[in-house]
Design a protein around this ligand. Structure first.
Ligand SMILES: [Zn+2]
Ligand SMILES: [Zn+2]
Length: 355
């Protein structure tokens, strides 16, 4: 197994969603021709804009088109993507429930003090003479908020980047969701969240290694005060369009070996609908898993879907809604709901019917 495949597998193992980056670069590996928009921001021939590809068939076919949107934790896909290739490993922050604070060191001249910490009264800032980098700016914010330094003996997974930057990795949990923003929190401070990518610790690019510093190998919980700061600068979101979970759930191929095409299309649409409902459930997740599991179980009973594949897909969808895939209660809910549904098979609708 090559080193980058091994790294990608380790990331997925810990629940981080990964996608390939060009070796020696931080950019996503190129889309296929159909999926590449003619100009950034435009729609590609596949019909989906670059940064939103929930229904692109390349993704359901297991290709790594659309960059971060292709991210997966599926070991088979990861093996297929990385085997024999030296792709760098990108971690999709939102689906992995991560917020990564990216502190740059660009040697730019110091801006107007009002731009150091947008929204913070520059008169309230202590000494800013020494400020040179994103690290200094974040330290400044800690002092202004009378919070403990996030950088001295950093209490979280910390990475030094080849360009001299620092990445602080935080676990955002199933609480509020955040979106990415460059320079919003502070000068030379980028926040990677939502549909954003952070280079996996240990990745080696042409520029050098993303080197773990300090003893922490696991992200700490995002400090509450920092979460409030992200909300203050507008990086907290409730918008389902910009909020993970992604629509990318490994879809079993219904009907491939059962029944005619109309029936298969019906089962596929029902499956997608139920998985989306589970993945986007915010309250009453268990009830939703139960309901969707029962409905899909009925299609399993009718021979339209495969029990194991549906179980796996439901587990992944529940994980996107924040349910720990290892949680015994969730697993037993899925199992019981599917079994109950299977015992009462759905009558197959007439051709052309829509669920
Ligand atoms: Zn494609
Ligand atoms: Zn596409």
């Amino acid at each position: 197994m090559n080193a980058s495949l091994e790294l990608a597998m380790r990331c997925a193992d810990r629940g981080w969603w990964v996608h390939p980056l060009l070796p020696g670069s931080k950019r996503p590996t190129g889309n296929c021709r159909r999926c590449r928009p003619p100009a950034s921001g435009q729609r590609a021939a596949c019909g989906f804009p670059e940064r939103d590809a929930g229904g692109c068939r390349c993704l359901t076919a297991g290709r790594y088109c659309h960059g971060v949107r292709a991210a997966t934790t599926d070991p088979d896909l990861i093996r297929r993507w990385w085997r024999g290739r030296d792709f760098a490993v990108g971690v999709a922050t939102g689906p992995s429930r991560l917020v990564v604070v990216d502190l740059d060191d660009h040697h730019h001249p110091l801006p107007d003090p009002a731009l150091l910490l947008p929204g913070v009264d520059p008169a309230s800032l202590p000494e800013t003479e020494q400020v040179r980098t994103g690290v200094d700016v974040l330290e400044l914010l800690c002092r202004v908020r009378r919070a403990e330094s996030l950088l001295h003996a950093p209490p979280t997974l910390t990475v030094r980047t080849p360009s001299g930057g620092v990445h602080l990795w935080y676990e955002a949990g199933s609480g509020p969701r955040f979106v990415q923003g460059a320079g919003r929190l502070g000068w030379q401070v980028d926040v990677r969240a939502g549909w954003s990518t952070a280079v996996a610790p240990g990745t080696v690019t042409a520029a050098g290694r993303y080197q773990l510093v300090g003893p922490r190998t696991v992200p700490a919980r995002l400090p509450r005060w920092l979460a409030l700061e992200l909300a203050r600068v507008g990086l907290r979101t409730r918008d389902p369009d910009t909020t993970p979970p992604p629509a990318r759930i490994r879809l079993p191929r219904p009907g491939a070996r059962h029944g005619p095409r109309d029936t298969a299309a019906y089962a596929a649409a029902a499956l997608r609908g139920e998985l989306d409902a589970v993945a986007s459930a915010r309250t009453g997740r268990n009830d939703q898993i139960n309901r969707s599991g029962y409905r899909l179980g009925r299609l399993v009973g009718a021979g339209l879907l495969d029990l194991d594949e549906v179980h796996q897909a439901l587990t992944e969808a529940a994980a996107l809604a924040g349910v720990d895939p290892g949680e015994a209660k969730a697993q037993s809910t899925i199992r019981r709901a599917l079994q109950a549904g299977t015992r009462s098979p759905r009558t197959v609708p007439s051709p052309g019917a829509r669920p």
